[in-house]
Design a protein around this ligand. Structure first.
Ligand SMILES: Cc1cc2nc3c(=O)[nH]c(=O)nc-3n(C[C@H](O)[C@H](O)[C@H](O)COP(=O)(O)OP(=O)(O)OC[C@H]3O[C@@H](n4cnc5c(N)ncnc54)[C@H](O)[C@@H]3O)c2cc1C
Length: 288
C-alpha cells in the first residue's frame, strides 16, 4: 500500500496528549501529521522554574521533530490551526500574516490543543498580570521579576522602591503556590547580599486566593500544610478575597489599592478556543 493510501490522522497539538497519541500510533498502518504552532514539546510542570530563573528553557522543552525523528509514519508541521471544516475534513493553517495559508485534509482528527488563561471577562488584566502556560510566558515573567529587583535597587523614591518590591500572585492553585513559594525563596535566599541599596528579603510576596483555602482540589490538611510552609517562606497568604482590578500600578483587594509592579496570574484556565470550532456541546470553561 502506498503511504498516501493509508488513513491520514491529523493531530493538533504536541503537548502531553498529542505527543503521546502520536507515539501510541507508531506501529499502526496510518500516516500522521502532527501540527503545532510551536516547534517544541514543553514540560509545563516545570515552567515555574524557568519563570523564576531556576532552570533554562532547553531544560524543559525539546523540538518535536527531534523527539519524533525515528517514527517514520509521522510528519511534523509547524503552524497554527485556525479553522476546521468537519464536512470537508480539512483543517486550515494560518500563514505568517495570520491569514489562512493552507488546508490539510484528514481521515481522523485529534484535537489536543490544551488550555489557555481565563481572566473571567477582564481581558485587559492580561497585559498587567501575565499567566504561565508557554515558554514565552515563563521568559516574560522571569524578565519582569528580575527587572523588578533592578528597578527597586535604582529607585530613589521609597514608595517607588516599595512598589517594585511588591509581588502578587493571583490564584492559589498548584501554579500559584509554586510561583509564590519560589518568588519568596528568590527574595529571601537566592538574591541575598547581591544588592547594595535594597534588601531583597524585604520584598512582599502575596498569594491571593478568592476561595477559602489554597490548593482547593486537594484534601484540606494538605491546603493547611501548604499555607504553613508558604508562610514560613515569608509568603503572605490571603484567602477569601478576589482581586477587584489590576492595572499598570498595582491591584485593588478588599477595596484597598496596593501599589505593586509585579502581578502574576494563576487564577483561571479555559479550554483551547479550537473546541469552539466544532459543532459540539461545550461546558462553561469551553471544554468539549
Ligand atoms: C505552570 C503549569 C504547571 C503544571 N504542573 C503540573 C503538575 O505538576 N502535574 C500535572 O499533572 N500537571 C501539571 N500541569 C498541567 C499539565 O501540564 C497539563 O494538564 C498538560 O500539559 C495538558 O496537556 P495537553 O497535551 O492537553 O496540552 P498542552 O500541553 O497545553 O499542549 C497543547 C499543544 O497544542 C498546541 N496548540 C494549541 N493551539 C494550537 C493551534 N491552534 N494550532 C496548533 N497548535 C496549537 C500548543 O502549542 C501546545 O504545544 C501544569 C500546567 C501548567 C501550565
Amino acid at each position: 500500500m502506498s503511504a498516501n493510501a493509508l488513513p491520514h490522522v491529523v493531530i493538533v497539538g504536541g503537548g502531553f496528549a498529542g505527543l503521546w497519541a502520536t507515539r501510541a500510533l507508531a506501529r499502526d498502518r496510518v500516516r500522521i501529521t502532527l501540527i503545532d504552532r510551536r516547534n517544541h514539546h514543553l514540560f509545563q510542570p516545570l515552567l515555574y522554574q524557568v519563570a523564576t530563573a531556576g532552570l533554562s528553557a532547553p531544560d524543559i522543552a525539546a523540538p518535536l521533530r527531534h523527539i519524533l525523528r525515528r517514527q517514520r509514519n509521522v510528519e511534523v508541521r509547524l503552524g497554527e490551526v485556525t479553522a476546521i471544516d468537519a464536512d470537508a475534513r480539512t483543517v486550515a493553517l494560518a500563514g505568517d500574516d495570520g491569514a489562512d495559508d493552507s488546508r490539510i485534509g484528514y481521515d481522523y482528527l485529534l484535537l489536543a490543543s490544551g488550555a489557555t488563561h481565563a481572566y473571567f471577562g477582564n481581558d485587559a488584566w492580561a497585559e498587567h498580570a501575565p499567566g504561565l502556560k508557554s515558554l514565552d510566558d515563563a521568559l516574560g515573567i522571569r524578565r519582569r521579576v528580575l527587572m523588578a529587583f533592578e528597578r527597586a535597587e535604582a529607585a530613589d523614591d521609597p514608595a517607588e522602591r516599595a512598589a517594585w518590591l511588591d509581588f502578587a500572585v493571583v490564584g492559589g492553585g498548584p501554579t500559584g503556590v509554586e510561583l509564590a513559594g519560589t518568588l519568596a525563596e528568590i527574595a529571601r535566599h537566592t538574591l541575598k547580599d547581591e544588592f547594595r541599596h535594597i534588601d531583597p528579603a524585604r520584598a512582599r510576596v502575596r498569594l491571593i486566593e478568592a476561595g477559602p483555602r489554597v490548593l482547593a482540589s486537594f484534601p484540606p490538611e494538605l491546603s493547611d500544610n501548604a499555607r504553613l510552609k508558604l508562610e514560613r517562606l515569608g509568603v503572605e497568604v490571603v484567602t477569601g478575597h478576589a482581586v477587584e482590578t489590576i492595572d499598570g500600578d498595582g491591584y485593588v483587594l478588599a477595596g484597598e489599592r496596593v501599589p505593586a509592579r509585579t502581578v502574576l496570574w494563576a487564577a483561571g484556565v479555559a479550554a483551547s478556543p479550537l473546541g469552539a470550532l466544532l459543532d459540539v456541546p461545550r461546558d462553561r470553561a469551553g471544554r468539549v
